[in-house]
Design a protein around this ligand. Structure first.
Ligand code: RTP
Ligand code: MG
Length: 137
């Protein structure tokens, strides 16, 4: 079943020069295609909408501060079971708990600075695509 996912390479990934490595892993998956891609400085309002489910949690403000700390790569990835597949490729939220071989498991140590966001469900993908790519939604 072909799906679309909204992917962010977070500011830590850009700062550390990991854009190419992460995109290589995504492109290597059979049948997946990047259909939109932009280096973009995200504004706070966009991030408040994107991360609305976390408003009020202790990590919310530091998360927003981190996400505006430098440019991110914003992408649409399309393909077979791409939502579940990208979550698996990324690994769990805490990079230290993430298995080696996953993006977070190979490159992360800090929960907040965990390199990548990928939509967690078809409903989230629809919502997030409208936020980041209104012309593609
Ligand atoms: P994301 O939404 O970015 O794809 O990540 P996720 O689903 O794996 O994690 P989520 O629970 O939605 O949390 C969103 C992002 O907030 C940061 N975070 N920091 N305890 C903490 O310091 C903490 N918990 C979460 C991470 O950047 C996480 O990806
Ligand atoms: Mg999430």
């Amino acid at each position: 079943m072909s799906q679309r996912s909204l992917v962010l390479l977070k500011p830590d990934a850009v700062r550390r020069g990991l854009i190419g490595e992460i995109i290589r892993r995504i492109e290597a998956k059979a049948g997946w295609t990047i259909t939109a891609l932009e280096l973009r400085s995200l504004d706070r309002g966009t991030l408040e909408t994107h991360y609305a489910e976390h408003a009020g949690k202790p990590f919310y403000e530091p998360l927003l501060e981190f996400m505006v700390s430098g440019p991110a790569v914003v992408m649409i990835v399309e393909g077979e079971r791409v939502i579940e597949g990208l979550r698996a490729l990324a690994g769990p939220t805490d990079p230290v708990a993430a298995a080696p071989g996953s993006i977070r498991g190979d490159f992360g140590t800090i929960v907040r600075e965990n390199l990548i966001h990928a939509s967690d469900s078809a409903e989230s993908a629809e919502r997030e695509l409208k936020i980041f790519f209104p012309s593609h939604a």
